[in-house]
Design a protein around this ligand. Structure first.
Ligand SMILES: C[S@@+](CC[C@H](N)C(=O)[O-])C[C@H]1O[C@@H](n2cnc3c(N)ncnc32)[C@H](O)[C@@H]1O
Length: 302
């Protein structure tokens, strides 16, 4: 028996009473209000909240309600669906509180090696300017990793090419942290030694150095907002990794098509290691690089 199971088995039932009492005192989240809230969140962001995530949503929203001194979920729903500027601000805070922003530098490093060793050198002879986009960049590590690879592995060989990197996310809190460019040690756990020169330690945090920061720009952008997406200048390489899986299936397909619209012919689209774009679009071809997979937009595609 595991030690946790043993502790639970020999804990007298009355020991759990304070927790049960605390739970009873919290306002209830009825099935009806849960469904209205999740439909509203879905309309706002495309995020899919399963029936099994009712408790998760309750805990996250309770924190928001405590901060706003709102007593019931019904009142909270009325507040966020209002047309006031405060409601708009709270809708952003609500999304900040439920998105999963977990990421790190060099997450799935093979994608970055393929970027630096195959994709960029292939594009370089055809372009004076190359644009990269980390869509759903969370706190910015993915976009900064692109910049480190560009700076160390690509620009010394192709100094005539100018490179711009865009990082976007739905979460305003995540974007603010990305712009700050300071990270705690766990974010750097996968960073190969040779790229360590791109961060400087200061007071227990690691700050991305200015040469890398100057290659990257961060913006707030909701991928289900088609009008906002149309405003993104088309890119040569798009990383949208570990983002689509949080969206409802029917939204995923729409977002993928809109993203392919923002990809230049001859450009590459990379998704997370456990994700696929098959069955989502007919406009990309799967390419097997030695270290990782990528999707390519044929030069004559629309
Ligand atoms: C798990 S993180 C992935 C971060 C990074 N791409 C990586 O693979 O390490 C998922 C990110 O997707 C963002 N996201 C979810 N729905 C989004 C939407 N509709 N528009 C833009 N970003 C979204 C979340 O805010 C979160 O930061």
């Amino acid at each position: 028996m595991s030690s946790l199971a043993a502790v639970l088995r020999f804990t007298p039932p009355e020991a759990f009473l304070p927790f049960a009492e605390a739970e009873r005192q919290k306002p209830p989240l009825s099935m009806q209000t849960f469904q209205r809230l999740r439909e509203f969140i879905y309309q706002l962001s495309g995020l899919f909240i399963a029936d099994t995530q009712r408790y998760f949503l309750k805990v996250r929203l309770l924190r928001r309600m405590e901060e706003l001194r709102i007593a019931t979920f019904e009142e909270y729903f009325a507040f966020i669906t209002d047309a006031t500027p405060q409601a708009a601000q709270e809708r952003r805070a609500l999304l900040d509180s439920i998105v999963v922003v977990e990421t790190q530098f060099f997450r799935t490093p093979e994608h970055f090696f393929v970027l630096g060793r195959q994709i960029l050198p292939e594009l370089a002879p055809k372009r004076e300017r190359i644009r990269l986009w980390s869509a759903g960049c969370a706190t910015g590590e993915e976009a900064y990793t692109m910049a480190m690879v560009v700076h160390r592995d690509f620009l010394p060989l192709y100094p005539q090419v100018s490179v711009e990197i865009l990082g976007t996310d739905l979460s305003s809190e995540a974007i603010a942290r990305a712009q700050r460019g300071r990270y705690l040690p766990p974010s750097l756990r996968g960073m190969p030694e040779e790229y360590r020169e791109y961060v400087r330690e200061s007071f227990g945090e690691y700050e991305v150095i200015p040469e890398i920061r100057s290659l990257v720009r961060f913006e707030l952008l909701n991928l289900v907002d088609e009008q906002a997406l149309c405003g993104v200048e088309p890119v040569d390489v798009l990383f949208c990794r570990n983002v689509l899986l949080y969206l409802a299936p029917e939204v995923r397909r729409r977002v993928v098509e809109a993203l392919v619209d923002r990809l230049l012919p001859g450009g590459y689209f990379i998704v997370g290691a456990t994700e696929t774009l098959s069955q989502m679009t007919e406009r990309l071809r799967l390419v097997h690089f030695p270290q990782a997979l990528a999707y390519w937009k044929p030069a004559k595609a629309s």
